[in-house]
Design a protein around this ligand. Structure first.
Ligand code: 5GP
Ligand code: MG
Length: 180
């Protein structure tokens, strides 16, 4: 299926950056890489809502081995910059103690959200924690933590599609689109 080169959401126009084919090929590769390390570990994939819902679905199927899939929802970071706190809206329902956890994110921008969440997660004594993000903006990173699995590094531009929204629209686009 060919996707549009240009899409509109609200008042803005976006152009195709990664086609559906390119996105899915990369997710398959990431799944195989995770398989090498986790195939016998029954890991817990922990998707971060809402943005990572599609990536989590595709990545866990590409992983293709026994695993658990769960989700958490953290508050939007934008309103909380002054406090430095990341509030949890839907918390962990899985028991992660002594389990191998793979946190699945759509995009890491400054890294603040995941940096904060990592300290929460570590208190629950998982056997290991890894981060898998579909997109990373290396020029925007301000909070250091190990990001183990990265789909694509992209320039510091606003993107939508494949789970990522612009004011809640465009999550269901099959490709990744950047602001024109
Ligand atoms: P961080 O805490 O790493 O700065 O922010 C991560 C969150 O900001 C992401 O999970 C996502 O919700 C949002 N975000 C950062 N960059 C973009 C972008 O280019 N497009 C969209 N749609 N959301 C973004
Ligand atoms: Mg997100």
């Amino acid at each position: 299926m060919t996707e549009p080169q240009i899409v509109n959401a609200h008042d803005l126009s976006f152009e195709l950056m990664f086609s559906e084919e390119k996105v899915l090929a990369r997710v398959e590769e990431m799944g195989r890489t995770l398989h090498e390390k986790y195939h016998d570990k029954n890991p817990i994939f922990l998707g971060v809502l809402n943005g990572a819902f599609i990536f989590t679905a595709d990545l866990t199927r590409a992983f293709g081995e026994q695993c658990e899939v769960s989700f958490i929802k953290l508050s939007s970071y934008s309103g909380l910059e002054s406090t430095g706190e990341v509030a949890t809206l839907i918390g962990l329902t899985s028991d992660v103690e002594n389990r191998h956890v793979i946190v699945v994110e759509d995009i890491i921008d400054t890294g603040k959200t995941m940096h904060e969440f990592l300290s929460t997660l570590r208190k629950m004594n998982p056997a290991s924690v890894a981060f898998a993000t579909f997109l990373l903006k290396p020029d925007a990173i301000k909070y250091e933590f190990p990001i183990d699995y990265i789909g694509f590094e992209i320039p510091n531009k606003f993107v939508i599609g494949y789970g990522l929204d612009y004011n809640e629209l465009a999550r269901n686009l099959r490709g990744i689109y950047q602001l024109k």
